[in-house]
Design a protein around this ligand. Sequence first.
Ligand SMILES: NC(=O)c1ccc[n+]([C@@H]2O[C@H](COP(=O)([O-])OP(=O)(O)OC[C@H]3O[C@@H](n4cnc5c(N)ncnc54)[C@H](OP(=O)(O)O)[C@@H]3O)[C@@H](O)[C@H]2O)c1
Length: 223
Amino acid sequence: MSYQAITLKQYPSAMIDEDTFSTQTFDEKALADGEYRVKVTHLSLDPAMRGWVSPDPNSYIPPVALGDTMRSLGFGVVSESKNDKYPVGSQVTGMTGWTEQCVIADDSLSIVPQGVDAKTALSTLGMPGLTAYIGYNDVLQGPTKQQDKPQTIVVTGAAGAVGSVVVQMAKADGLNVIALAGSDDKCQWLKNDLGADHVINYKKDDVAAKISAGSPQGIDLFF
Ligand SMILES: NC(=O)c1ccc[n+]([C@@H]2O[C@H](COP(=O)([O-])OP(=O)(O)OC[C@H]3O[C@@H](n4cnc5c(N)ncnc54)[C@H](OP(=O)(O)O)[C@@H]3O)[C@@H](O)[C@H]2O)c1
């Protein structure tokens, strides 16, 4: 059996283009003890990946090596296993790479409970959601602060993958949420669908005036 994977052909100097990646066919290899094979059904495409194809060795993570399968998060199902922790049929997510299948020898992939679909596992419960969660709960420590008045949070990039989760967590915690985005459509979505208290289209509104109006008692948290 063979499978296809997208490998890094050359480091892009600016934009990713048709010379950055190539599609290669590989032969499936037999599993060793402790290994399991994942049939990858969903690939993730995250902003961080642009940095991973930069040859800068001083980044927080080594660059993807030329010729290697492109590093990425993904979601799939264990199709063959010699690892008791990952029985056949388990849904898993983690660093699968851009490939139709991968063989993993460690416990780096997380088992996704049945009932959680691939998109949720990769988005709200995946890297964007965890980024929002850690930023909001651990860095800002917003909801753990005891205050005698309702807290106000300002969220920039609020309609993006990360910001939209922060807006929802803050609303769930009862905060007064001021959300900034770059279009009226995004502002409407933030207000009507996500429940932001105040929205600002930073490309055309008077940002300072609108922030002041939305936070009469001041700003407590800034994301
Ligand atoms: N997604 C992840 O898993 C993850 C993990 C770690 C770190 N991050 C970082 O978190 C940030 C947000 O990521 P994301 O995944 O939410 O990205 P995203 O979905 O692309 O959202 C980012 C939003 O930022 C807004 N924006 C762009 N340029 C701006 C500017 N000059 N001033 C104000 N807003 C601007 C854009 O929305 P408007 O059109 O509304 O301006 C854009 O949609 C990025 O810096 C990313 O590198 C993301």
